[in-house]
Write a protein that binds this ligand. Structure first.
Ligand code: GAL
Length: 633
């Protein structure tokens, strides 16, 4: 697999005279890909139907003639101002019912049929015109679905579409009433058009209603994306990609990914550390200029699964960003490290965001590879170094890991609707498990929730899955390794009600959860063997072997066969201890890595990345802060 670098470029922001020089400079820096077009609608169609595509023709030609491969974005994340005159009710509404107005981006409701038809129209115009253009080697649909909290909309359009969705799913209100338990509080309906969105209720809505709305909202994103993909595919064989974001769980990326050729994501390690992670200040200080040592890797592994093996980083942080609470500069070397880490996890391409810093508008303080005055910014040299190194790097392909972690978007919705205690966050639960594995030097594959084959893995973890899929249940029945299910896994029906028989109801394991409790974030409970548990504890009846208990004697890890149940959310100390033990049982080699050091194996190489502020030693080599090291396995 040939790996390559690229960059995001906005020809519409710059005078046409400088495009050829920009293109030549990109090639000189060793870049192969250039993404354009994704926010350019107001220049492509300044007035309804008044198309101005000639400038885009020229931009594509200049970039392509310079030797670059172009990724063309559909511009639907930024409908121009006239669109609102045409479709005044196209805006999404927040939970209070306020429209989310014009003046930034992503100001549309996925359910608005008028906007959906505009999205198809502009996609078709571009696909027809550029589908066979030899310079367009890939397409991007829209931009970052879900960013800025834009999946969920409480608009009238969403309400009407939700009612249709419910009618199709349940067929009758009787079936819906039964499935949701609407007899409770006399919430029964006798026609689908009585069913509102689950906002503005006096107290909490029925969790089944709220979860149905979350499923519906995800399906709307899938449908919106699918329409664009179908149109693009009718005109080209080029790959179709979407650029996902970090820690966005409001729509099912596996469902969107099923329609695409390649998954990609936008990696802003320093912004994410400050903006998306709840770690303490000491952690944030230690990694302020490097980013969390596991957050990027987690998403690389997640999106490798979403892309069915094919994935990119579509946007890579190049310097300070503008949108986090604080925006430090990366430690020298990090813009190289992040790219190499992505390649080590199997990325086919890494594109830096953006070519030149814009001196105007919202992102004027956001770095690029060039400064606003066209002089090089520090990341340009790092990108050029990666390009040179890539040219010398022999093939390095992804190897199947020994350990797998199941990730299920619907569970993020389920526990969001019904956390049952502050701090029970699905992403956090899975991510902490992932961090625990990585600190032991392990590679991890992430699996979708409908996985039906676990046989390649020695250890599988499935924390917090609301309801195990039928396929996963079948796979577990014949599984020969060790599967750790829980906490809270298989504890609900897909409608978020309590199943009969009581959970967890796992094949070959006699455990019944009799009740569950949550506790304050500052009231961890100690385990007998060291470390503790947080947030959650199931109380159980069981005849199985219990290998971990709390100091109070509550069972925590149950079973000694292939399927085991975990009753609690482990803290990092108990997680590390228990994972080490489970790996030893399965003959999976673990190691204790120095602070900030992380490793990743491809089929031929082992890579080491130093996210720490001190030099670290790996296989006798000293790796400086922000250093990358690789050697044949
Ligand atoms: C991404 C987005 C880009 C740009 C960038 C800034 O989320 O796709 O358009 O806004 O963030 O960091």
């Amino acid at each position: 697999m040939k790996r390559a670098l690229g960059v995001c470029y906005y020809p519409e922001h710059w005078p046409e005279e400088i495009w050829p020089q920009d293109a030549a400079d990109m090639v000189k820096a060793g870049l192969t890909w250039v993404r354009i077009g994704e926010f350019a609608w107001s220049r492509l169609e300044p007035q309804p139907g008044d198309l101005h595509l000639d400038w885009l023709d020229r931009a594509v030609e200049i970039l392509g003639q310079a030797g670059l491969k172009v990724i063309l974005g559909t511009p639907t994340a930024t409908p121009p101002r006239w669109m609102l005159d045409k479709h005044p009710d196209m805006l999404a509404k927040d939970a209070q019912g306020h429209p989310r107005g014009f003046g930034s981006r992503r100001h549309y409701c996925f359910s608005h049929q008028g906007y959906r038809s505009e999205s198809r129209r502009i996609t078709e115009i571009l696909a027809k015109r550029y589908g066979s253009n030899p310079h367009i080697a890939a397409w991007q649909t829209d931009n970052e679905y879900g960013c800025h909290d834009t999946v969920i909309s409480y608009s009238d359009a969403a309400r009407a579409a939700f009612q249709d969705w419910l009618a199709q799913k349940y067929q009758s209100t009787d079936a819906l009433n039964r499935a949701w338990g609407n007899i409770f509080w006399s919430m029964e309906y006798d026609s689908f058009d009585q069913i509102n969105l689950p906002n503005l209720t006096v107290t909490e809505p029925n969790p089944s209603h709220a979860l149905a709305f979350r499923r519906f909202s995800s399906d709307q994103v899938v449908a919106f994306n699918r329409e664009q993909v179908q149109i693009i595919r009718a005109h080209t064989d080029a790959s179709v990609i979407h650029n996902y974001m970090g820690r966005i769980t409001e729509f099912d990326h596996f469902d969107v990914g099923a329609d695409l050729d390649i998954a990609s994501w936008d990696s802003y390690p320093l912004g994410f550390l400050e903006d998306r992670l709840e770690d303490d200040d000491a952690h944030k200080r230690a990694y302020a200029q490097q980013g969390d040592p596991d957050f990027q890797a987690f998403h690389h592994d997640l999106y490798r699964a979403v892309g069915k093996g094919r994935w990119w980083v579509m946007e890579q942080q190049p310097g300070p960003v503008n949108w986090a609470p604080v925006n430090p500069a990366p430690l020298p070397g990090m813009c190289r490290l992040w790219a190499w880490e992505a390649f080590a996890h199997g990325a086919e391409a890494v594109c830096y965001f953006r070519w030149r810093q814009a001196p105007f508008a919202q992102e004027q303080m956001h770095a690029g590879l060039l400064r606003p005055d066209r002089a090089p910014a520090p990341a340009l040299a790092e990108a050029a170094q990666v390009a040179e190194e890539l040219a010398q790097m022999p093939e390095a392909n992804t190897a199947t890991a020994q350990v797998a972690l199941v990730f299920d978007y619907a569970s993020a919705w389920g526990w969001d609707v019904q956390p049952q205690g502050t701090g029970f966050d699905y992403f956090r639960l899975v991510f902490e498990t992932y961090c625990g594995l990585r600190k032991l030097g392990l590679d991890v594959d992430i699996l979708p929730p409908d996985t039906d084959d676990l046989s390649s893995y020695k250890l599988v973890l499935a924390p917090g899955i609301v309801a195990l899929s039928d396929r996963l249940k079948v796979a577990l029945k014949s599984y020969k390794g060790t599967a750790i299910i829980g906490p809270r896994s298989n504890s609900k029906t897909p409608e978020l009600t309590i199943p009969d028989p009581l959970p967890p109801n796992l094949p070959g394991l006699d455990v019944t959860i009799t009740r569950s409790e949550t506790f304050r974030a500052d009231m961890d409970r100690p385990l007998q063997n060291g470390g503790g548990i947080r947030h959650w504890l199931d109380h159980v009846e069981t005849t199985e072997t219990v290998s971990e208990i709390t100091k109070a004697g509550d069972p925590v890890l149950i079973g000694n066969g292939p399927i085991r149940y975990l009753t609690a959310w482990l803290d990092q100390t108990s997680l590390t201890r228990i994972l080490t033990h489970l790996c030893a049982e399965q003959n999976i080699a673990t190691q204790t890595l120095e602070h900030g050091l992380r490793i990743r194996r491809t089929d031929t190489h082992v890579f080491a990345f130093n996210y720490g502020l001190e030099p670290a030693t790996f296989q006798g080599e000293t790796i400086p802060p922000a250093g990358v090291y690789w050697t044949p396995k």
